[in-house]
Ligand binder design. Sequence first.
Ligand SMILES: Cc1cc2nc3c(=O)[nH]c(=O)nc-3n(C[C@H](O)[C@H](O)[C@H](O)COP(=O)(O)OP(=O)(O)OC[C@H]3O[C@@H](n4cnc5c(N)ncnc54)[C@H](O)[C@@H]3O)c2cc1C
Length: 465
Amino acid sequence: MVIGDGAVAAAFAALAPFRTGDRLTVIGPGSAQLGRGLAYADHPPDAPWRDGYLLNSPAGTVDPAFPDWVAERWPEVAARKARHPRGTAFDADAVAAEDHAALFLPRAVFGDYLRDRTDAALAAHHERGVRVTLRPAIVTDLALDRGRFRLTLSDGQQMQADSVDVATGGPAPARFGADTGPAAFEQLYGNEAAIAASLRPDALRPDAEVLCLGANAAMLDVMRLMQCLLPEDRIRMAVLSPSGLLPEPLIWTRPRGAPVTPDLHGPYPDAAAFLAAVDADLAAHRAKGARMAELRRGYRAYLDQVGLAALIPDIDERRRVIGPLDRRFRRGTADSLADFDRLSHAGQIRIIRANVDYVVAGADRTTRVRVTGPEGPSDLSAPIVINCAGPDPQAYELMTAGLIARGWIERIGQGLRVGAGLETRIPGLRYLSPAVTEIGDEVMALPLYDVDRLTTYVRRASRAT
Ligand SMILES: Cc1cc2nc3c(=O)[nH]c(=O)nc-3n(C[C@H](O)[C@H](O)[C@H](O)COP(=O)(O)OP(=O)(O)OC[C@H]3O[C@@H](n4cnc5c(N)ncnc54)[C@H](O)[C@@H]3O)c2cc1C
């Protein structure tokens, strides 16, 4: 049994070693489109924003086989990409060179790719005599019942299973108060039609700003959504961010820049010493012209090869690295960041450096946001407010929260720990989501918000089974 419908659930379903006569049931609200999940969701074909959201890194980094899949369908993919008003604005050179690996492609198109691969894997299971069922439902409870698992579904039905893989996704975005006012959206995804209705020219003053709470990747998606819905000169955004910092674009040049080789000399006594050495090393590589693409690739390969344990022997200190290191390697969609920069310079987008304290209903169907910036507290009011905060490590969805509450999965600091084969404390129950920060002996140096890494860990675990 697999619970979830995203990329990780698809990998569990595709890679598990089944035998003839086995049954595989995948349960998730979008299981008919297994693989897409939240990140690579599709939208109605006539929705102007269907292909608006882009992958956060070039096609070649999300999956090594994706660029070839794109090349085989290029006219169709090019047409999908061109549906966005800025879809052809950035990469004429890469397109002319047929360098599909360097492109930032729509996430919905990557979802098509994941579905293609998953469908092929499920068909192969079927041919081998495995009975495959996709159930469009939510699992509301998972319990142990006389040595087997008992699942309760949102439609009230119960099912039994001998083994269960849980892949229900990462924590939800941080929230800002219970009463979020009449025109505030707890998140962008899934609310696009309502946001589009609020953005209609007859519903919005021409100079009205959309207020984004946070400058996470979702904020760039809000901008891309607005580009689909409004003439560009009508776009007005205010972005609340405590640091005011944005991610750095991950640009694959032609020819590719060589990944850097970190010049670190561990072991380090603690996380602070390690991070200081990383900062000095990054500065040295940047001085020689390296950018995020070369830095990130080099560090990823180095950390995989050397291992964080060899660099920081103390496990408690190792556990302190993940958040700070992630801030040094934040990467974002180059196309979106370039547009963000352009619209900021045109005065259409402004960043306000402040913390959000709370959000309440304001007057005249607006939403009021209390913020605290360098000059102290103040109030902002906007007709549309969208939560674009990063994940709140405490905001686990139902299934993960249940596993933690039962003590079946271990919480470590701000993350979760599973065994080397993704096993939990209960035999037959495996778990993987972007919230996992430790797998077996490995303490993650960088978070698992990365489809390629997640599927790699499922592949390793499935091989070992
Ligand atoms: C908006 C967004 C954009 C992203 N963009 C990128 C990117 O460009 N590149 C990249 O590498 N990574 C990206 N990520 C990171 C992403 O989290 C991973 O790449 C990967 O897609 C995570 O897959 P998942 O299956 O763990 O989670 P999800 O895609 O979140 O899927 C989990 C699914 O489980 C289902 N589910 C939840 N609870 C239950 C339940 N109780 N019963 C049944 N089903 C349930 C949910 O409906 C959900 O669809 C993005 C993430 C988000 C949220």
